[in-house]
Every structure is written in structure tokens, then in C-alpha cells.
Write a protein that binds this ligand. Sequence first.
Ligand code: GDP
Ligand code: MG
Length: 736
Amino acid sequence: MRATIALAGNPNSGKTTLFNELTGARQHIGNYPGVTVEKKQGVYVNDGHKINIVDLPGTYSLTAYSLEEVVARDFLVNEKPAMVVNIVDASSLERNLYLTIQLMEAGIPVCIALNMMDVAEKRGIDINIKKLSSLLGVPIVPTIARKGKGKKELMDTVAGSFKETKPELFNISYGADLDKALDESEKKIRDANFLTDIYLPRWVALKYLENDEQIVKLGEKTDSSLSKEIKQIVEKVSVHLNETLDTSPEAIIADQRYGYINSILKQGVVTHHMGQNRLQTSDKIDKIVTHRFLGPIIMLAVLTGLYKFTFTYSEVPVELFEGFFIWLGEFATIHLPDGLLRSLVVSGIINGVGGVLGFVPIIVFMFLGLSILEDSGYFARVAYMLDRIFSFFGLHGSSVMPFIVSGGIAGGCAVPGIMACRTLKSPKERIATLLTVPFMNCGAKLPVFALLIAAFFIEHKAMVMVLITLISWIGALLAAKLLRVTIMKGAPTPFVMELPPFRFPTFKGIFIHTWERTWQYIKKAGTVILGISILLWAMMTFPSLPDSELKIFQQQKDTLTAAALPGKRGDIQDTKGSVIHSAEAIKLKKQRSLIDLQKTKEALRYSMAGRIGIALERVTKLAGFDWRTNIALLGGFAAKEVVVSTLGTAYSLGEVDPEETVLLSKALANDSGWSPLVAFSLIIFTIFYAPCFVAVVCIAREAGSWKWGFFSIVFNTTLAFGLSTAVFQIGSILGY
Ligand code: GDP
Ligand code: MG
């Protein structure tokens, strides 16, 4: 059987680079079963030998703080790779060895690839590899992954160590109190063979001390009384530590690990051959970009820049895509006979596929910008600076990016915003962010606001826009807080993301990152989105008007035509052969198209969507919406732009181009059912209600379960309805 080895290491340690170097083209990317964490697999070939290689997600530790950590750990424990190659960034040994120690504690055979040797050298860091290797008791091979240096030596060492027997048990001391508790629980665990078919006894004891959710849950299922006994031991030592040292087991464990690492590094493993006090370039940059005053200003500039970059540069390809699909729609309209098939192809399929692909350029540019920020190390600084504000709301500093991309500055898109949530490691924070980014004002909501502002608040245009932006941010942050204290309860993850040194990203790395993420979107979202698009089309088309009613409209048209004077009815040709429309003919055309509009409106009213809209009126009255608004909002689930055009149809104005809303805004302003209060209530509803279905599909994909997709529809709509009802009712009482 072919041996499998796994690559593990901190984010940015060069894992992917090494993986690509080792496997070349013999790799494929998927997801771990059930979760959206990338799983890269490939094959290394050397002298006819083949070794499977798996690139594990980057992690700083092996606790169950984040999805990545759980995935990495599960893989190592369940799949039992012959060896794990731990990629260690030589330029920040202390931070990287933190993971190494945990790998060793879990009893996994480790070989270290000491990467970034070039960076270490440039910084004047000398590492005595032999000494480090003997102190840790693991083989170490220096590498420069970016240049492919050391990969052969590494793989030879790995292949050579396969034959060696199991690694020696590796334990470090966690101080008198914890060691005693560990010994005690370890004995119980060993005696009862509790979870020992998978894990080392001491490791299980350690995880109980660290209060590791996954292991404790598993333990409870396996043997709840023993699990309780161990928990009591943990409880006792926790109380004791709290009383004597005012600290927790987790904190001591982290301290002791770092202490252990430092004691190793100090034994002549690391020497600096440049003046220690000389500020390194990265530190110098950090002095500026995380400066108390300059930092936030630079950050604002960078974030705005990324936002501009994403949406400005994608404009041309987006327009090209749009143009192509408009052309395709027209082409189909000409070549297909009028009827259901044409309607299905044009409105259902072409619009659906166009809708999916239309997002692609935006996603490409967003990920391109994000990859540059991430790979260079700047993104970690942003997260670091914002973490205090966001963690107050139960989110993470990295949540800022999704919010901005989704339209935090007004005019973005929730789809790339949702995909940007991948930078969030903790599942709870990630889901809370996923669910609240659709509250931002994406480019498609803006026409709705523009219409309502034009109709009712034209004098306070700017102020209302600022208000809308504020409301969506406050709403999003409070909703996140609400989620984090209820269904997604849990302490915020401690900010373990330490600041990696700045680095120039490589072209290849950025390109690969961007492409992989974009392709996942196309592949996964595509199929579902097409299906839903067709479903929505059907809802707005069926049941179609009964023949008897269609006949009435036709009769009306016929009567009109017949009534027009013969001879003046048609068009006449002038001497040069071009058509002149007589006044009569123009009037006739107008009247006939008015009847058509009436027919479209009636058909919409008669359709499934129309009936739902009418049925809902009884409830939505509370927020001030009549059936026409309801239908438009239902249509908005397909894409928010549709709200405006559907309102146009419901008011028999024909297809309203979102940019040409003058007529519609006049119609609304003059309609007795409307008032500034209704308009404001609708604005609130539009900010908060269900994301468009493309966004819902993405939420489901990124959260790893349809449950969250449905939840976002129900939660957001309920919240929206509650808020706009409150606005409408209170406003009515106040006499607006
Ligand atoms: P991962 O997050 O661990 O997968 O890290 P990547 O493979 O994406 O690498 C992060 C960055 O470090 C990229 O810009 C790489 O080009 C760069 N890098 C990787 N290995 C080396 C190395 O040995 N030397 C230098 N100077 N840069 C490297
Ligand atoms: Mg990587």
C-alpha cells in the first residue's frame, strides 16, 4: 500500500508552496467531508516510489477552537498518516514550534521541514539544526519551499524514518498542580480503556484540562460516568488555580508550552549574528501600520482601496458578461416561438445562468485583492486592530472584510462577502458573520432606495443614505450579538492569530488562491442556482391567466383597432419609402400596449407569486405593504434589482429600468396607499429581509449546511418584518 504523509503547519509557513513543489501536477482539491475546508491531495514520485501527500489546513494549535484545527486533528488521528511533515517557519521558531509540540504530544510521528531558511538568514538568525533536532527528538530538514530547495532531502528523510518504530512518548511538564491532575486522570483513562483505541491516554486527559469541546462530548457519549469523574478532577484543579494563581488551566498550559520552547531555543539553538536591537524591516513597517493614529487611517485607506479595486476593475468584465447574456436573451427571443418555452429559456435559464456567472468577475477581483492582503501579512494586522470592537459583538477582527465587501460602504455584493468569510477560523464567529453580512447595502438594493428616496425624501437625499448605512451596520452588529448570546453561544476565540512577518506575495501563489476559490463558487453554486432560478420563474408565470380572460384582453385590442378609422389606422409610406406613423396609428399603438401592460399585471396577480402576495397582505398591512409591494419583495428574492421592475409591472408601467425610475417614483408619490412612512418602512424591510437566493445558496455552502441557508431566510425576514412593523405602527401613532 502506498504510504500517506500529511503536511501540517501554521498559516503562511509555506505549506501550500511545498505541497505544490512536491506534487507538481499530480494533485486534486476537494473539501473535507461535510465541511468547507479545503482538502488538497497529491502524489509525490521519486525513484519509482510514490507517496500520497495531504495538505492539512493551516493551524496554530490542535485544540478544538476552530474548524481548521478540528479537521487537521481528526485527519491525523483517524487516518493515521505514516508521518506528518511539520512545516516550521525558521524566521519565527517560537510561534511555530507551539504546533510542533502539540503534534508530538498527540503521538504522531513528526518530521520537521525547517522552511524559509532564506528569510531567517536575511534576518541574521542562525539555527543550530542538529542541536534542535536532538533536543526535540525529531528529524529536521532545512528547506526553501519557494525555490524548491531541500525537497528531495526532506522526502528522503521522511521515507527513511518510515521504518522506525513508534515515536517515543513525548510529555512536557505543566507544573505541579496540572501534572498531578493529569496523572490522576490518565490512570483512570488507562484503566478503563477510555477512548484509548484512538487517542493516547495522557492526551485525552490534557484535552479534558483544556476543556476541548469535541473530546469532552465524545467522552460523554462513550462513558458518561467516567467522563464526569475526569471533569471533577478538572474542576477541582481549576478552582484551585483560580484561587491560588488567579488563572485557568488553559492559560498555564499555553505558558508552559512556550516556556518549554524557549528553554530549548536558549540552549544555543538560535543565535543572532546581527545586532539584536536592530529593528527588522517587518517590525519597522509594523510600527507604522499598527500605530495608534496612523494605523486606522492606513487601514481605512487599504480597505476602501480593496473595495474600489474589487468593484471598479470588475466593471468591464461584468458589463461584458451582462452584454453577452442580454445578447443571448435577445437571440433566443428572436429564434424561439412566443410562448412558455421562450419564457422559460429567456427568463428562467439564461437569466439564471447569467446571474451566476455575472458574479464571477467580482469574486475574482475580490479574492485577488484579498489574497494579496492575506499573503503579504497585512490582513492579520487589520484583524488585530479591529478585533476589540468586533469581539464586543461576538465577531472577529477578520469579520470586517466580509462586511465591507458586502456593501458596508454602500454598493457591494453579499455573494463575494459571504465567500470572504473563509478568513474566519472559528465556526461560530464565521456563521454569525455569514448571517449578518447580507444586512449590508449591496449594489442591488441601492436602486430600491433610490426609487423611494426620489419619491418621498428627495430633499434629504444624502441624509437618508447615511441613515440607511448606519441602520444596516448597527442592525448587523446587534443581530450578530443576539446570535452569539443565543443560538451561537460561546466565548470569542482568543486572538491567537499572531502577526506573521510582512512578505512580498508571489504571483503564482496569488493566482492559485484566487483561481481555486472562484472555481469552487462556479462549480458548487452553479447547479443549485439554475434550479432555483427556474423555480422562481415558474412561480411568477404559473398558473397563467385562463383563456377566457386572455380573450377579453384580445377583444379589447380588436375593438380598439376596429374603432380606429380605416385608412388612418395603419402606417403610410412617404415617397422615399420610409414609414410615417400617423397620429392615429401612434395613439392606437399606445392604447394597445396599455392593454398589454394591464394583461401582464393581471397575469402577475394571477400567478403563484401574485396569490402569495395577496394572501400575505393581511399580515403585511401591519408594516404598511399592500399586495403589489409584496409581489415585488417576493421577486426581490430572485435578485434585489427585481423589486423595482416588479413594482413597475404591478403598477402597470411596464418593465421599469432600475436606472429610469422617474415615472414609477411619480406614480408612488401620487398613490394614496403610499406615504413617506410606508416608504421608510419598506426601506427598513429591504435592508434586513431575506438575502437573494444566490446569497442564500452561498451561505448554505459556506456554513456547510442547508439549515443555515433556510435560517437566514426566516431569521432575516422575521427581523425585517418586526422592525418595519414597529416603524410603521409607531410612525402611524405619531401621526406621520
Ligand atoms: P501556507 O499558508 O502555509 O500554505 O503558505 P503558502 O505556501 O501560501 O506561503 C506563504 C508565502 O510564503 C507565499 O508568499 C510563499 O511564496 C512564501 N514562501 C513559501 N516558502 C518560502 C520560503 O522558503 N522562502 C520565502 N522567502 N518565502 C516562502
Ligand atoms: Mg495554504
